[in-house]
Design a protein around this ligand. Structure first.
Ligand code: HEM
Length: 365
């Protein structure tokens, strides 16, 4: 799978080279979305959306965003579902969202159909699903099931990864001390003149990079909302309170990740060093950006690979800087004034453009 992540990373770098030559400011949030979409397209559908090539229409990002908006609305008020999608109720944003959702489904359906018809020796997620057999019947997945799986991966693995990338970049750019320490670690291992995209194994040997990634996922878990779990027939005692069968419970990652009782008084502050201090292992229990248990994120390792490869490859060769270094979120709703301003639908995504300049990195002196 790594080859597909690396090929997306190379395309991203080619675009950064162009931007560095033109000195043109750019919205890095868009590039992160296009990278995440193209990469998950390669992995889940065996083809990418060509967003990083600038060849395709970037509506794909909006298609998933519309789906998330609809999903979040139903999620909060399930009873609303049957009214809200009623075609006679003139809610324009719902109609738009439904239309876009269908458009994304059509693309997914066509690409899966093409892949099954033509066959392929690619080693992507889709290949693993096509090879999978039911352990009881020996039957493969049906085409409709493959479409559903691919669709889930596209929806679950695009905005989440893009938001996390933007969170890493934004916070590192906001903190010159952290930026300097990170680029020094990266450029010592990968000097700017090197044209190779680092491997995942190599990035795992960069402790400060790993700490910056974890800390960004802590302060901004892309799915920060509670994920529902139904209490089983025997009931369940959680945090000292007993819940009867059928009650829906959930813990928001956002709340756990910012609890001062766990993280200390600086829980709201982006401080990667906390992951490198003596007792850092105690934090792992409370670090749940991918959730935990049998329904936890199946794309976790791919996501971590994307975050590590892109961040390393980008900062090895380029410097990035916020055009407005004072860009902040007005402090409210649990955020502090260093946070990114977010839209909280199913997934939290940056609300405003994150405009940066890109320039060629100087070798370390
Ligand atoms: C930083 C990026 C990502 C984050 C923060 C993230 C987070 C999550 C979370 C919190 C869940 C919910 C688990 C639960 O209900 O307990 C989830 C589910 C899921 N994720 Fe991810 N994810 C990311 C990237 C990906 C990627 C790249 C893929 C695909 C390769 C992916 C595929 C999925 C799928 C298919 C599910 C549904 C699993 C199920 O319902 O059983 N995710 N993810």
């Amino acid at each position: 799978m790594e080859e597909y992540v690396a090929s997306g990373t190379r395309k991203y770098l080619r675009q950064m080279e162009r931007l560095a030559n033109s000195a043109e400011p750019t919205n890095i949030k868009d590039w992160n979305h296009w990278y995440a979409f193209d990469t998950i397209g390669e992995l889940a559908l065996g083809d990418n959306f060509h967003l990083l090539d600038g060849e395709s229409n970037t509506d794909f990002v909006d298609l998933v965003a519309a789906h998330m908006k609809l999903g979040a609305t139903f999620f909060c008020c399930q009873w609303l579902g049957k009214y809200i999608i009623n075609p006679y109720i003139p809610l324009q944003w719902v109609k738009d969202a439904m239309y876009r959702r269908e458009a994304l489904k059509t693309v997914t359906t066509q690409l899966i159909h093409k892949r099954l018809a033509k066959g392929s020796d690619r080693k992507d997620i889709l290949a693993r699903l096509i090879e999978a057999r039911d352990p009881d019947t020996g039957e493969p997945l049906e085409e409709a099931e493959l479409q559903t799986e691919a669709w889930s991966n596209i929806v679950a693995g695009s905005d989440t990864t893009a938001t996390s990338l933007t969170s890493i970049m934004f916070r590192v750019m906001k903190n010159p001390r952290i930026y300097d320490r990170l680029v020094t670690e990266i450029r010592t291992a990968f000097p700017p003149h090197s044209n190779e995209v680092p491997t995942y194994a190599q990035t795992n040997k960069l402790p400060y990079l790993q700490a910056c990634i974890k800390e960004a996922l802590r302060v901004l878990p892309a799915i920060g909302r509670p994920l529902p779990r139904v209490v089983p027939p025997e009931g369940k005692t959680l945090a000292g309170e007993t819940f009867p069968e059928g009650v829906i419970v959930g813990i928001p990652a956002w709340t756990v990740h910012r609890d001062p009782k766990v993280w200390g008084d600086d829980a709201d502050i982006y401080r990667p060093e906390r992951w490198l201090e003596g007792d850092a292992a105690k934090y792992d229990r409370y670090f749940i950006p991918f959730s935990i248990g049998p329904r936890a994120c199946i794309g976790r390792n791919i996501a971590l690979m994307e975050l590590a490869l892109l961040t390393t490859a980008l900062l090895a060769k380029y410097d990035i800087a916020l055009v407005d270094p004072k860009q902040v979120c007005p402090a409210h709703n649990g955020t502090n004034d260093q946070d990114l301003e977010l839209d909280h639908w199913m997934i939290s995504t940056p609300h405003k453009p994150v405009t940066v300049t890109v320039s060629k990195a100087q070798p370390l002196v």
